[in-house]
Design a protein around this ligand. Structure first.
Ligand SMILES: [Zn+2]
Length: 389
């Protein structure tokens, strides 16, 4: 449990000039005692904060930067098509798997990843065997964040797990949240990083995923501003879930920038279902955020949450990564699976958390992305992003 009094929370927080990050990252020393974090946020400078405490960035290794190990997704339930009611209500079974993969949001049972901790634990062991070392578990308030569960999974499996501070999309905001000022929201986010979240002493190591709809709601704009303010105070990484429109990532970066956020330490998630035009993608890449392709393993004909678009295949995702590398953006790319429903787990015939390491990396090599570039995407870029300034 947090032992800090309010007074230390109000101490002036050290601000680090953006262009000094690499210099600071270059002179890291040994792990600092946890108690220092209560009295001085600079104790986190140069370190990465996992649910088990701060670690040295070099310990991260291969990292998936956008996953969920336990959550609920009922906020995005989608009514089944006429005639599909029976299969939608049936328990998940082999003969329904094709339907489920095409309609993952129309089965209530499928939205309860929270029920699968044992299966997830097994998958994390597999992930380690496949070479994975770290997972950013960016479940935020609104979709059943469970930090004690993450802590236990980290202890059981040895995988470094990093928890997420802040709030998911407006549809999950409570009335109390909607009424909060930017200052209050900022205090909550800062506290979740410095002292612990949800009444536990378990501290978050990133802000996000911060949920945004399209168009952005007033409450979401306040949370984005609070994210920028908290980031300024903490020098910490942030990760954003943009609304489903090509204009959304641009609008979010503008709001964050105007509120003083650090775009070079911010990840724009889900670009695979958001920006489709290569020219527009380069325009966005120029803004300087990390570019995340995090729906590897998801291939479907009709994307219920955004019917206007064709969900890309994994082959098309790899092609886009090769394009970005060719254009010189290899230092900005991050990848993941964003597992958030049961059907994505191997227990239910899904791809699991090791799909990228087992299947996508070989495909990347075939498509001309070098091992050096792959190491940047899986190790160096996550490390740079996750290290506190
Ligand atoms: Zn997510």
């Amino acid at each position: 449990m947090p032992v800090c009094e309010t007074s230390c929370f109000l101490l002036p927080l050290r601000r680090v000039a953006r262009n000094r990050s690499s210099e600071i990252e270059g002179r890291l020393s040994g792990s600092k005692p946890l108690r220092l974090i209560h009295s001085n946020m600079s104790a986190l400078s140069g370190q990465v904060q996992t649910v088990l405490g701060p670690i040295e960035p070099d310990q991260l290794g291969v990292t998936m930067t956008h996953e969920h190990l336990t959550m609920t997704f009922e906020c995005c339930y989608s009514t089944p098509a006429p005639g599909d009611e029976t299969v939608a209500q049936a328990p998940i079974q082999m003969k329904n798997l094709f339907w489920l993969n095409q309609n993952p949001y129309s089965s209530h049972e499928n939205l309860l990843l929270v029920q699968e901790t044992d299966a997830v634990r097994e998958e994390l062991h597999e992930y380690r065997k496949a070479g994975g070392r770290t997972i950013v578990e960016n479940t935020t308030q609104g979709i059943s964040r469970d930090l004690p569960c993450l802590r236990q999974l980290a202890i059981d499996t040895g995988v470094h797990i990093i928890g997420g501070a802040g709030f998911y999309v407006d549809a999950t905001h409570s009335e109390a949240t909607r009424k909060m000022t930017v200052e209050k929201l900022t205090d909550i986010i800062v506290s979740e990083v410095l002292h612990g979240a949800d009444g536990t002493g378990i501290r978050c190591g990133v802000i996000g995923e911060i949920g945004c709809s399209w168009p952005l709601t007033d409450s979401e704009v306040k949370v984005l501003k609070a994210t920028a303010h908290a980031q300024t105070k903490l020098g910490c990484p942030a990760i954003i879930h943009p609304g489903r429109n090509p204009a959304a990532p641009f609008e979010i970066v503008r709001i964050l920038q105007e509120a003083g956020g650090d775009i070079s330490k911010t990840v724009m998630s889900h670009l695979d279902r958001t920006i489709f035009d290569n020219g527009e993608l380069l325009e966005f890449a120029n803004l300087g955020s990390y570019l995340e392709y995090d729906l590897f393993g998801t291939e479907m004909l009709n994307y219920a949450l955004y019917l206007d678009v064709d969900m890309p295949s994994d082959s098309q995702r790899v092609k886009t990564l090769a394009f970005l590398v060719q254009e010189g953006y290899e230092d900005n790319i991050l990848i993941a699976h964003d597992v958030h429903t049961k059907n994505r787990l191997t227990k239910y015939g899904g791809h699991g958390y090791s799909h990228i390491l087992k299947n996508i990396v070989p495909k990347m090599l075939v498509r001309g992305i070098s091992q050096t570039h792959i190491d940047k995407i899986l190790i160096d870029n996550p490390k740079r992003w996750l290290t506190f300034k």
